[in-house]
Design a protein. Structure first.
Length: 293
């Protein structure tokens, strides 16, 4: 995860198989800052908005918050199944951050939202739970004129049930679809947000396919209801690491893919991605203000 605080400070955090969150300072180079025990096997992760907090969903259902330099992770809420994706944002529009997650049960998949009561405190005992028509693959928040939109990527057993939808979390939850041409009939696995053309609007990319996977980029209109296909790049499978950042300082966001080695895709400002030559393993790569070894 790439963490950014309100003052512009940036950190990178990753989870290890040993159950640790590892924080690095991301500036002219990468410097190890701290290791924090998480206390379980990680199933998903999300960055805290405008903070250096990392949130991790664990296989036992707990969702924990990890702060650089802390002695241990803090359990903030718990789910009754396995969290498969996680997002932190203002779902209700009241100025307080909430937690949204897709949760896999034995026989179903749910969208679960824990509403924030005040900063860092969530309603543990009364989460909003919505039974999904398929398997929830990814959930994220995207900025909108009236606050934030909660977006859900779902893969259904029927063609019409797969795709991206907007969820309105209120007393009566409502849902509407996002038109992304070309996704019909495809297996969908992941969804990420970025500004691929530098116009200030949040765009989307969806990871589709199986052993021959690709990440499909869409430019989203101002209303957030329709996407225009911009480009697609091949990836080695559904479980690659994906990090979005403006790596070359162009104003349009780019993509870093971790799939055995780092692969870098730069946007041309119109959402078309071009690959940089992959450097030999262990060779420092410097792009803008972010360096990766």
């Amino acid at each position: 995860l790439l963490l950014r605080a309100r003052d512009g400070t940036a950190r990178l955090v990753g989870a290890t198989d040993a159950g640790e969150a590892v924080f690095w300072k991301a500036a002219e180079d990468l410097r190890l800052l701290s290791r924090v025990p998480i206390g379980g096997q990680v199933s998903c992760a999300a960055a805290g908005p405008a903070s250096l907090d990392g949130y991790f969903g664990l296989m036992d259902g707990r969702i924990v918050r990890v702060v650089p330099g802390a002695g241990e992770a803090e359990v903030v809420v718990s789910a009754s199944g396995i969290p498969t994706s996680l997002a932190i944002g203002d779902a209700k529009g009241d100025g307080v951050d909430d937690i949204a997650a897709t949760v896999l049960q034995m026989d179903r998949s749910d969208l679960v939202v824990w509403l924030g009561e005040r900063e860092g405190i969530f309603d543990r005992d009364r989460p909003r739970v919505v039974l999904l028509p398929g398997t929830g693959r990814a959930v994220l928040f995207a900025p909108a004129e009236d606050g934030e939109r909660l977006l859900l990527l779902c893969h259904g057993p029927e063609v019409g049930l797969s795709g991206v939808s907007i969820w309105s979390v209120s007393e009566e939850d409502s849902v509407s679809g996002v038109d992304l041409p070309g996704l019909t009939g495809k297996s969908v696995h992941r969804m990420i947000r970025g500004d691929w053309n530098g116009d200030g609007t949040s765009d989307l990319a969806v990871l589709t396919g199986g052993s021959r996977s690709q990440l499909e980029f869409f430019l989203i209109d101002a209303e957030g209801r329709r996407g225009r296909p911009a480009s697609a790049v091949p990836v080695s499978g559904p479980d690659v690491g994906l990090l979005v950042a403006d790596l070359d300082g162009s104003g349009a966001e780019d993509l870093l893919v971790a799939e055995g080695a780092f692969r870098i895709w730069l946007s041309d400002g119109a959402g078309r991605m071009a690959a940089l030559p992959t450097p030999p393993r262990g060779t420092p790569t410097r792009l803008g203000r972010l360096s990766l070894d």
